[in-house]
Structure formats: structure tokens, C-alpha cells
Design a protein around this ligand. Structure first.
Ligand SMILES: *Cc1c(COP(=O)(O)O)cnc(C)c1O
Length: 389
């Protein structure tokens, strides 16, 4: 059966989604209207966090989250190498330096035991990080309760990079609740769980941090006369209090996001079902399926497999090419950040984070998106079977 090319991820846009966007285009405000605050309110209601700041990308959210926590020159920020480069770049934007903690070989999230060991060492050398950015890889939450405990002991702040994890759960919380962090950020890029085209969101329970991020997303400008340093000479007056950016989300984007989040449960249910079916269909294959921590309920942004075998590196390339050549849009998440030329030039060596490197040489991301049919999934399995022969 010919079903055409199967991408690794794809947005799902309904007629209602389109109608929501069109209605904003017909309204008075394309940006800075009522829809962005309404979208933020849905997120605080959904996650339980007190404040939400919508922005034009998760990268912008990471940047203003770091700035709100006063990350600057002389500071160090830690994250894990198996992530998109933006998780590390945000700290560099602020003039800080970046270091990494290797991944847990089961979850591919930051390893708590290696984090603990690295913190102990850093304390002795007086080079403790100011902020740690745990990345909820593939939609599975990091072990936040343990990381939160360590943050009290070693006095660092936490930004969750939950770009993959809208709709994920951890212990009794929704990812985004910020019960175990200062700030949690989401991405609404089209391959992620819900989309606004481009877009992101920062959540927090701190009014101070929310205010700072609000200011930073719109040029550092204050319009409330009560908050101005100088007496306002008239209603035209605004004050630039700090150096901010234009990281605003438009109402067009927020309208798409509002319509999309009303479909979140369906998206997540379908992703979880497809993942469960993959687990079953792949049960006898010579590969490692995604292991799930009992404390976490993944949103399954990605389904990654690790190929087993002595000649893994060449086998990975062969399998990857075979699938791509046969209409299966496999991908690879991620090239470890520390081996990117920009980061190796800072002195990182590939073998500095051996779990990440070993993972990278074996992993392949299989297609997974809510609009994927069971037939398409069986086709993926069929082609993978052929590739492994
Ligand atoms: C996609 C992604 C980002 C960046 O998201 P944008 O909205 O595209 O800026 C950051 N971190 C991770 C882990 C991501 O997957």
C-alpha cells in the first residue's frame, strides 16, 4: 500500500483552528489585543502555575527566563547535552557560560546522580551554577523533586525546558505547574505538541519573575503610571525601565494556540496510544524502546529507539538511509550540543559526556504525530523490519 512520505512530526490543523485565526484577522487587533491574555489564562488554569507570559518562541522564553533570574557575565548555567541548542544558547545570550551534566542512560534526561556528584565537586571549587535547565526530553519530565531538593542544598535556580512536554505529568502535577522550579517554558513550534506557528510561553509562581519577564518581552517599557519612576506628565507617557526586546506573541498566534489547546487531550491520547503500539510492535526487535520513569507520564513528543549491535555507528547510518529512501521521515534527536563546533571551540570534548555520545551513535527518531494512522505506523514497522534484515 502506498501512503506517501511519512514525516517524523507534523502539526494538526482543523477547520476550527483556521476559523479562530481568521476571526482575529477580521478583528481590531492583530497584536496586543485580548487574545494573548486569554491564551495565558488558559495555561495558568491548565498547569496550576500562577503566572504565564506568552512570547514569540521558546528560545525567547528561555532568554527572558535567564534574564529574569539575573543570569549574566561570570555566571554558569548547566543543562544536558541531549537537547536542542537553544537550551544552552539562552545562557550565552546573557553573557554567562554553559556547562553540561550527562544524561541518565534510561530516560535520556539529566542524570540526577551525576548532577549530585558534579555539584559536590563544583562546591569545593566554588564554581556552582546559578541556574540549571533540566530538559524534559521527548515529553518525559525530569526527576524534578530530586533536582528541586538539590537546588535548596546548593542554592541554584531552576528553569524547566518543557518544550516537548505540554500535556505531560509528573507525580501529582501537570508539567508547567512550577511546583519544583522557578520558571517552566513551553514551545509551540509546529512539530511540538500544540502550535502557534512560532511561539512559546514562560510559566512561574513568582509575581516578581512574571513582572520582569513581562517587561523584557516588550522593550523594557512600563505603561502603568503607578509603576513609573517619574511622575507621568500625561496619558501618552511610557517609561523604558530596562533593556528589553520585542518578543511578543501576536493575537493571530494566540488564537491558533487557544483553538489548539482545546484539542490537547485528543493529541496526547493519540500520541500515547501510538507510542504504546510502537512498544508492542517493536517488542521483539533488537533495539531499546523508550523507558518510562514511574513518576512521569510523557506527552510523547518523540519516540526514539536505540539500535543494538557492535557496529552500531555504521548500522545507524544504514538504517537511517534505508528508512529515508523508503518514505519514512526518520530524524535524530539530538546531536549532543557539546560536540557542535560552536561549543567544542569552548573546550568541550566529545567524550566529556559519554552517555550522551553513546546515545547519539545509536538513536533514531521514528515518526509520531497525532494525525498518523495505524496503517502508516505499520508501514514504519515494515520498513524498519526490512532495514534491520
Ligand atoms: C524546540 C525546542 C526549543 C526551541 O523552541 P522554539 O519555540 O523553536 O524557539 C528549545 N528547547 C527544546 C528542547 C526544543 O525542543
Amino acid at each position: 500500500m502506498i501512503t506517501g512520505y511519512i514525516p517524523y512530526g507534523r502539526q494538526d490543523i482543523s477547520a476550527d483552528d483556521i476559523e479562530a485565526v481568521v476571526s482575529v484577522l477580521r478583528s481590531d487587533y492583530l497584536t496586543q489585543g485580548p487574545i494573548v491574555p486569554a491564551f495565558e489564562k488558559i495555561f495558568t488554569d491548565y498547569t496550576g502555575a500562577k503566572f504565564a507570559v506568552a512570547v514569540n518562541s521558546a528560545t525567547s522564553a528561555l532568554h527572558i527566563a535567564c534574564l529574569a533570574l539575573n543570569v549574566g557575565s561570570g555566571d554558569v548555567v548547566w543543562t544536558s547535552p541531549i537537547s536542542f541548542v537553544a537550551s544552552a544558547n539562552a545562557a550565552i545570550y546573557c553573557g554567562a557560560s554553559v556547562d553540561f551534566v550527562d544524561i541518565d542512560p534510561r530516560t535520556y534526561n539529566i542524570s540526577v546522580s551525576m548532577l549530585r556528584a558534579k555539584l559536590e565537586k563544583a562546591k569545593k571549587l566554588n564554581v556552582l551554577p546559578k541556574v540549571i535547565i533540566p530538559v524534559h526530553f521527548a515529553g518525559q519530565s525530569c526527576e524534578m523533586s530530586e533536582i528541586f531538593e538539590l537546588s535548596k542544598q546548593y542554592n541554584f535556580r531552576i528553569i524547566e525546558d518543557a518544550s516537548h512536554a505540554v500535556g505531560g505529568e509528573y507525580l501529582t502535577t501537570k508539567v508547567g505547574s512550577c511546583k519544583y522550579s522557578d520558571i517552566c517554558i513551553f514551545s509551540f513550534h509546529p512539530v511540538k505538541i500544540i502550535t502557534t506557528g512560532e511561539g512559546g510561553m514562560a510559566l512561574t509562581n513568582s509575581e516578581l519573575l512574571a513582572e520582569r519577564m513581562n517587561l523584557l518581552r516588550s522593550h523594557g517599557i512600563i505603561r502603568d503610571p503607578l509603576k513609573m519612576q517619574k511622575h507621568s506628565p500625561g496619558p501618552w507617557h511610557y517609561e523604558q525601565a530596562t533593556l528589553g526586546y520585542n518578543y511578543r506573541m501576536t493575537d493571530i498566534q494566540a488564537a491558533l494556540g487557544m483553538s489548539q489547546i482545546s484539542r490537547l487531550k485528543d493529541f496526547i491520547d493519540r500520541r500515547r496510544l501510538l507510542a504504546q503500539q510502537y512498544d508492542w510492535l517493536l517488542r521483539d526487535f533488537p533495539l531499546i524502546r523508550p523507558w518510562q520513569h514511574p513518576d512521569s507520564k510523557s506527552s510523547y513528543h518523540l519516540y526514539v529507539i536505540r539500535l543494538l549491535g557492535a557496529n552500531y555507528q555504521s548500522q545507524q547510518l544504514r538504517v537511517f538511509n534505508y528508512l529515508r529512501d523508503n518514505g519514512i521521515g526518520v530524524n535524530l534527536h539530538y546531536i549532543p550540543i557539546h560536540i557542535q563546533p560552536y561549543y567544542s571551540q569552548m573546550g568541550f570534548k566529545p567524550e566529556d559526556f559519554p552517555n550522551s555520545l553513546a546515545y547519539y551513535k545509536e538513536v533514531i527518531t521514528l515518526p509520531l504525530f497525532p494525525g498518523m494512522s495505524d496503517t502508516q505506523q505499520k508501514e514504519v514497522i515494515q520498513k524498519l523490519t526490512e532495514a534491520l534484515l
